[in-house]
Unconditional design. Structure first.
Length: 463
């Protein structure tokens, strides 16, 4: 009998803004630098220090995230004080747009069939090391977005792909710091009582799935043993691959939410929302679907739509050359070269017109794939005139049958053992002779034409 499962996520990501400053002060939001270097009296919670008005760029970013997830934007946003006593929170409370008396930035959305309960903005606590007691306030006050889903996941296996596609979608608006990664609280409950257990701060896709799988199994064992699953908060122990009890589950009353008297209500008008909506890009899944209608296979379409720079490059090139050819070369060859050289597409000066020229020559068989690959490797270093370079270096494909036939005959004469092996039934020996011709032509001959001509020559030889 299958156990009915309810699973929801509370996903946290660092907001990426142009100025890259904290939510209520002008300290840089660089949490990875030397401890306690990007701090001030506000983000360290010194008595009497009031926050600056909330970072407008962070508010704009969170509104954009909410719209990308199909949420309705609330017109009045109020920061709450969420009280708790913990070493990482110097003021004794966290400022958040969630709680008993607050409306989140966005609510009632949906993404890939999973309901989005709310999207809100909050400040990050400091980093506390429980082993040493040291507190690093570099992170304190950094702007965080929290995306709260409905408990619509029915199995742990759904989580990884959904999260990957969520991060891919949000990467289009550059709102989240992808280098900092995301972390998530995972909420699990099973029939019959559906007592919610929250697993706090799980920080990788793999760990999120493992934590959900383990907790589902643990709760099923409790139910089979006739015991009630108690509502509680757990932590995920990566080393031991298990959840561990932290505390009984808090309620909103435990946090004693109150509106923050130091921060004004933020009004969001219809014109502001319309302006944001007008600037939102097409979503990755929508792009991938459109690419498939052009004849691009699913694997290529998914990769091309995975980052907006690659998608934009493809769309420009596909207007000039065959979309299937463009997709294949960008996904398999351009990404291969970038990965090998450890470079990002956004960080290089790649001229679209030169890629178009290169692929036009490939499409018309003016150059071979081997030559085109070599040129592509050079193009990521610096732009240059592809057609002029091909002409200057005499890299045009060999189209003269007489020249090709002469080279094939030479290769056959120079490789008697390979010829004998082929005659003996070893088909792979043919590829050795093809390789010999390709070496002679420095890749300027088309392999399929060489193979066809060598086959004809070999079959014409006397047994």
């Amino acid at each position: 009998m299958t156990t009915e499962i309810k699973c929801g996520l509370e996903i946290h990501g660092y907001i990426k803004t142009p100025a890259n400053v904290k939510l209520f002060c002008n300290c840089l939001a660089h949490s990875s630098e030397a401890p306690n270097t990007n701090i001030c009296p506000v983000c360290t919670g010194q008595p009497g220090c009031k926050p600056m008005p909330a970072n407008e760029e962070a508010i704009r970013a969170v509104c954009s995230i909410a719209l990308m997830l199909g949420c309705r934007i609330n017109h009045s946003l109020i920061f709450q004080r969420k009280h708790y006593d913990w070493p990482d929170m110097p003021t004794g409370y966290q400022r958040t747009m969630s709680g008993s008396f607050s409306a989140p930035v966005g609510e009632n959305g949906s993404f890939l069939g999973i309901g989005i309960r709310e999207v809100h903005l909050e400040e990050d606590p400091a980093r506390w090391d429980p082993k040493t007691g040291a507190v690093d306030y570099n992170r304190s006050g950094c702007p965080l977005v929290e995306i709260v889903t409905e408990p619509d996941f029915k199995s742990a296996s759904e989580l990884r792909e959904w999260l990957k596609r969520l991060v891919r979608t949000l990467s289009y608006i550059k709102a989240i710091d992808e280098e900092a990664g995301i972390k998530s609280d995972v909420n699990i409950s099973i029939a019959p009582r559906f007592s919610r257990v929250e697993i706090k701060n799980v920080n990788s896709f793999t760990s999120i799935v493992q934590a959900a799988e383990y907790e589902i199994s643990r709760q099923e064992q409790e139910v089979r043993a006739g015991r009630h699953v108690e509502q509680s908060t757990m932590r995920w122990n990566d080393d031991k691959a298990r959840t561990e009890f932290m505390r009984s589950k808090e309620t909103a009353q435990d946090y004693m939410f109150i509106p923050d008297p130091d921060l004004p209500v933020i009004s969001i008008g219809d014109a502001y929302i319309k302006d944001l909506e007008a600037g939102l890009p097409e979503k990755p899944d929508q792009k991938a679907s459109r690419y498939r209608k052009l004849g691009v296979d699913k694997a290529d379409a998914d990769v091309l739509s995975s980052e907006i720079e690659l998608a934009s490059l493809f769309e420009v090139i596909a207007e000039q050359v065959n979309p299937v050819l463009a997709a294949r070369w960008l996904r398999r060859e351009l990404l291969r070269v970038l990965n090998y050289n450890k470079k990002e597409l956004a960080a290089i000066k790649l001229e679209e017109k030169q890629i178009i020229a290169l692929l036009e020559m490939v499409e018309k068989h003016e150059i071979t794939d081997a030559v085109a690959k070599r040129i592509l490797e050079m193009l990521i270093e610096k732009p240059f005139d592809v057609r002029g370079y091909v002409k200057e270096q005499r890299l045009a494909a060999i189209s003269d049958d007489d020249t090709l036939r002469r080279l094939c005959k030479e290769a056959i004469q120079e490789n008697p053992q390979a010829v004998a092996d082929f005659k003996g039934g070893n088909e792979k020996a043919l590829n050795f002779i093809v390789g010999s011709v390709m070496k002679k032509t420095k890749g300027k001959a088309r392999p399929d034409a060489v193979k066809r001509m060598i086959s004809l020559e070999l079959n014409s030889l006397e047994p």
